[in-house]
Every structure is written in C-alpha cells, then in structure tokens.
Design a protein around this ligand. Structure first.
Ligand SMILES: *Cc1c(COP(=O)(O)O)cnc(C)c1O
Length: 395
C-alpha cells in the first residue's frame, strides 16, 4: 500500500513524537516506584505530580481532584459503579442517555441487574440531549446524571453547562464521559458544575491504557480497584509512570494547540462535508451541524452497506470507521444512529471520518474522490438502488 490516510482519530490517535521522547526515560532511567521513600524514586514522583497538575489545569480543577486510571473505560465504570455503591442509601436511580459510549451503557445495564433503576434520556434528531426530558426524569431517589461531553460517533457536543445547572439545582451528582472532548474543546468543571469527569490518553495524542478521573472534592465515592494506598486510597495499583507522563505531555500539547488545531480541522471538516453532500446523491450528515467536534464528520449513504464501503476504502489506503470501533464486527446498526431516529436500513450505511491536525486538504479530496467512486460502484451492484432509481425516474 503506497498511501495511507488515517481518518479514524476518534478511535485512537498517533502518539506525538514529543510525548514518546518525554516518556522514554521513565522506562529505563527513572524507573523507581513513585510510592517509594528513597530519593531515587523522587524523579518519578515529581513527574507524576507534574502530569497531575497539567491535567487538572486543563479543566479548571485542583490537582488533588485528579486520579489516574487504566483508561477511559475504567473511569466510566468507576464513576457509575462507585457512585451507585456510595449513594445507594440515598437512592437507586441513575439518569444517562441513549447515545453514551458502551463503557457507560453496558455499566448502566449491569447496575440495572444489581437492582438500580436507569433512565435513558432521549436525544433530538441531531443527537443533542433533550434537557426538558432530562430534568423531568429527576426523582427524589436520583443519585447521578451521566451525560457524555461529545459523542464519539456523530460528534455532537452536549450542553454541559445547562446539564450541570440542572443537576446542581436538584442536588444530583453530574458525571461526564469527556473522552472525546478533553483537550479537544474547552471544559471547565466549575463553570459546568461537573462533579466527575472521565478522560483517556490515547484520544489526545497520548498512550493507550492510561486515563483520568476527575472527582470533585466532597464527592464520597471510593475505589473499586482495591489494593495499595495509591491515589489517596482511591485507586490501587503501582502508578503507570510512563503512561501518566505521556498523558500529561499530550494534554500540554493538545491544550496549547487547541485553538489553532480546531480552526484548521473545522475548515477541512466543512470542506469534506460540503463536497460529500453536494457530490454524492442520497447522502446525509449525522449529528449537530454547528455544535460538533471540529474533527468529526459522520454520514449515511442510502443503499450502501457500511462494511463493504469500509473494506473498499481500506483497499484505497483510507482508514475509516462505521461509527464505533466497538460496533464494527457486529452487524447491529449503531445505537446512536437509531437514537437520532434513523431507520435500520439507513443506519447501516454510515461512515465516520475523524481528522487530526496532520490531515491535509489533499487527503480529504482524495478521500472524497475515492468515496464517490466506491459508492457509485456499490450502488451499481444494488438491485434496491436500481429499483429506486427506476421508480423515481433518476434523481
Ligand atoms: C474511547 C472512548 C472511551 C473508552 O476509552 P478507553 O481509554 O479506550 O477505554 C469511552 N468513552 C468515549 C466517548 C470514547 O470515545
């Protein structure tokens, strides 16, 4: 394969070379356990503290409110399970949405089996949470509202400030899965009344297997990884020092370049959307047009089966996804696309293209040209499409 165009940055990102350089000495040179007493471990301890500070300041938190975890999924599990456990005496009702990542949805379903009640609030046709429905769902026994900051499939950014205000007004804790939003768009835990927040290293140019949970001071959840006294007794396990250092450095770079990158990616994304919608018939954009992640475009193409499209794109050197890395491999259409009201047969023909600051205009134009040819070819083989065209007299 001569050419490789990576347009799946919502699934994972390339680690910044600078991040790798910053991590390396913590494997070989400063390999001490940061919990040790001797001064040799001091370098590792200092590096962990520095990363914690960088990450805290990225969301307007204090560094002793940042806890390192094994990734976004662990943070999500922790937020839901440990809140449920700690607040069960107050109530057993949790509110989330129909479009969460599976790390939230499957955890919520597990909690339902343990006797908790979960309300899955709906979204409008753009994937924005219905605030009136959310507020109406709050009951005296509601202990937690968990709403993602930005959707990993369709890129819609949720009104976090409004949700936080509703949660605060009713005295309910507010958790947000910010894995797609952290260090990508501005977030402030105080402005938005966020009590807990999940983030992940590998979605921001950092390493895989490292994540963060922000827990506001006063929230009384405890660890669900039991063992040593690390992370103020709230998350046991020897610190993943290189991972932590890497996530800290990636945060520093991503926050530093956020404005510039977002401006650049928004221009490319809009060019991509414009070309696809005007040049490919029977295509639609999924997700909110304006309030969407700067790097996300998600389309549906009628009479196209998503999997075949992805395979042909791959043969042309283009890495794309049908929406969620967790759904591909199964033939179920995306729960997010169903939640915004798309019928099964349309949801099956979805394509997610997620850009990075390394994506070029040539990459985008090559992708659209290739996509056009692929869709023409697939539709040319589709009896359904042929039927449709005959009945509708062409366009
Ligand atoms: C990727 C992702 C996760 C999972 O994070 P990992 O670090 O891969 O476990 C959770 N939520 C959202 C929205 C994501 O995009």
């Amino acid at each position: 394969m001569s050419k490789m165009i990576y347009l799946d940055n919502a699934a994972t990102t390339q680690v910044y070379p600078e991040v790798v350089d910053t991590m390396l000495p913590y494997f070989t040179e400063h390999y001490g356990n940061p919990s040790a007493i001797y001064s040799f471990a001091g370098e590792a301890e200092k590096a962990v503290a520095k990363a914690r500070e960088t990450i805290a300041s990225a969301i307007g938190a204090k560094s002793d409110e940042i806890y390192f975890t094994g990734g976004g999924s662990e943070s999500d599990n922790w937020a839901l399970k440990a809140t449920a456990e700690a607040y069960a005496s107050k109530g057993k009702h949790i509110i989330t949405t129909a479009i969460e990542h599976h790390a939230i949805l499957h955890t919520a379903q597990w909690l339902e089996k343990q006797g908790f009640e979960v309300t899955y609030v709906g979204v409008d046709e753009n994937g924005t949470v219905k605030l009136d429905e959310l507020e109406a769902a709050i009951r005296p026994d509601t202990i937690l509202i968990s709403v993602m900051a930005a959707n990993n499939e369709i890129g819609t950014i949720q009104p976090l400030k409004e949700i936080g205000a509703i949660a605060r007004k009713h005295g309910v804790l507010f958790h947000t899965d910010a894995v797609q939003a952290f260090a990508h768009i501005p977030i402030n835990v105080d402005d938005m009344n966020i009590d807990m927040l999940s983030a992940s290293g590998h979605k921001i140019g950092g390493p895989k297997g490292i994540g963060v949970m922000y827990i506001r001071k006063g929230v009384k959840i405890l660890s669900f990884i039991h063992g040593g006294a690390q992370e103020r007794h709230r998350r046991a396990g020897t610190h993943n020092v290189p991972g932590i250092v890497g996530m800290g450095k990636a945060t520093e770079i991503a926050v530093r370049d956020m404005e510039k990158n977002n401006e650049y990616e928004t221009t490319l994304r809009d060019h991509l959307i414009e070309r696809v919608l005007t040049e490919i018939p029977y295509s639609r954009l999924n997700g909110e047009r304006e309030k969407r992640l700067p790097n996300n475009a998600n389309f549906c193409f009628r009479f196209i089966e998503g999997e075949s499209m992805l395979i042909l794109l791959d043969q042309a050197g283009i890495c794309a996804s049908s929406g969620s890395a967790c759904t591909s491999g199964s033939l179920d259409p995306s729960h997010v696309l169903l939640a915004i009201g798309l019928p099964h047969e349309i949801a099956h023909g979805s394509l997610r293209l997620t850009l990075s600051e390394k994506t070029t205009l040539e990459d985008i134009d090559y992708t659209v040209d290739t996509l056009k040819a692929i869709i023409e070819r697939l539709r040319g083989m589709s009896p359904l499409y042929e039927d449709f065209v005959r009945k509708n007299g062409g366009k």
